[in-house]
Design a protein around this ligand. Structure first.
Ligand SMILES: [Zn+2]
Length: 424
């Protein structure tokens, strides 16, 4: 995914949590190795001419929402949220969120996802679960008028940006429509104090935009800019119902978009103007959103939908190509998530690497490997997921320090307690 270096045949050397070397196969064959140190490795893996690439970045998710998978499908968004999702979430404990996040991490690993950008009720349990499993996680606050507080967000911002290289924290809030103007002023003050970007759900539904217009006479993006929320950058999740002024705000403030195609499609929220963002050079990343609305945490399906829906909206099949979508799902996702060391496979970068099995029918022939990944690929092609130099998933087996069946059983216990049934 390096812009200046096309795909090539070779080796990747990993030492501790970093990529020590990316060696071109021609150098290996010509024995032109005098510039490279002689190292005896702990493990050598024959990748059998498969593809090594940077892991996918799931740039917007709510991991613990896996407990709501297929629980309240086929409802309009506002009824879904108010009648089903919020009451169920009110019964969650911090321990529940820890256990449920572990289930989500298993699913991320099977889809080659090596970093997540997670917003949920309590960041601490999410972070602890990711540390427990070895998952890289960028946390953001789901702050609103009813949960969390400015003080708590600041405390978590300072704690999780210092503690461990796997975890980082970005300022955020749930959405304009769940936060008072006063609370948003305090978020802006915090952004100024730390010169920090701010992330939020934005322009997901037409109703959200109409209500903000009625409240403040402005769209959410324009209103938030006037408050100073975006003075140090940041971005929006969804960004579907965007006016020309909104796109100008994003361009002017160098904001990023995280698109969530499957969730938007299933909740009938709309189709984001991805091609317009591309034309305006606004960075776009891809997120699964939570399992309550998606319902799976799978970047292959997302990539296909981002490409397909954008083409449909533009009525132009040439408006977005596979390479651009693949870049959104990897290198651009890393940029949006403030993970500059996780974008490409190069010396000194974090060893967040996945292997794609090309010895499967849907990956043959190899006219264009980017097209194969975006249009024909599936998570069944992921045969290895490495994060921070640790192989956590390989050939269908997990190496996360915990029995998978025990994680399923814990989640089942939580579902039974909250709903009184497993819905089966
Ligand atoms: Zn969301």
């Amino acid at each position: 995914m390096e812009k200046t270096r096309p795909m090539f045949r070779g080796e990747i050397w990993v030492k501790n949590d970093k990529i020590a070397c990316v060696v071109n196969g021609e150098d290996l064959e010509n024995d032109n190795m005098k510039d490279f140190p002689k190292i005896s490795w702990d493990v050598e893996i024959d990748c059998r001419d498969n593809l090594l690439m940077p892991g996918f970045k799931d740039a917007h998710t709510h991991s613990a929402m896996v407990f709501l998978r297929s629980y309240a499908d086929d409802l309009p968004l506002d009824r879904w949220l108010k009648e089903k999702i919020f009451p169920a979430e009110a019964k969650l404990t911090e321990e529940d969120i820890f256990q449920l996040t572990r289930l989500a991490v298993l699913e991320y690993l099977t889809s080659g996802i090596t970093s997540i950008f997670d917003m949920y009720l309590t960041s601490d349990s999410t972070a602890e679960a990711c540390l427990d499993m070895g998952m890289r996680c960028v946390l953001t606050s789901g702050l609103n008028d009813f949960t969390s507080s400015i003080e708590r967000m600041e405390e978590q911002y300072n704690r999780w940006n210092r503690k461990n290289s796997l975890i980082s924290y970005q300022l955020g809030f749930h959405a304009e429509y769940t936060c008072s103007k006063e609370l948003l002023y305090h978020v802006a003050q915090l952004a100024h104090k730390y010169s920090a970007p701010v992330f939020t759900h934005l322009a997901e539904t037409r109703k959200e935009v109409d209500e903000c217009m009625a409240r403040y006479g402005m769209t959410p993006a324009v209103f938030l800019e006037t408050i100073g929320i975006f003075d140090y950058g940041g971005g929006g999740f969804h960004c579907i119902h965007m006016t020309g002024d909104d796109v100008d705000v994003f361009s002017r403030r160098r904001l990023s978009v995280v698109t969530n195609s499957a969730s938007n499609l299933k909740l009938a929220s709309g189709i984001a103007p991805i091609a317009e963002f591309e034309r305006r050079k606004i960075p776009v990343a891809i997120g699964t959103d939570g399992a309550a609305s998606n319902n799976c945490l799978d970047m292959f399906r997302e990539m296909f939908l981002v490409a397909g829906l954008s083409k449909m909206r533009e009525e132009d099949a040439a408006s977005l190509n596979a390479m651009k979508v693949l870049r959104m799902a990897t290198a651009d996702g890393a940029k949006v998530m403030c993970l500059p060391k996780c974008d490409v496979l190069a010396k000194g970068k974090q060893a967040d690497i996945i292997m794609i099995d090309l010895h499967q029918p849907n990956m043959q022939p190899l006219h264009d490997i980017h097209g194969n990944l975006v249009y024909s690929g599936s998570k069944s092609n992921v045969c290895m997921t490495m994060i921070n130099g640790r192989i956590l998933y390989r050939n269908g087996e997990f190496f996360v320090g915990e029995s998978v069946e025990r994680i399923y059983a814990e989640c089942d216990r939580i579902v039974k307690r909250i709903f009184g049934t497993t819905n089966t």
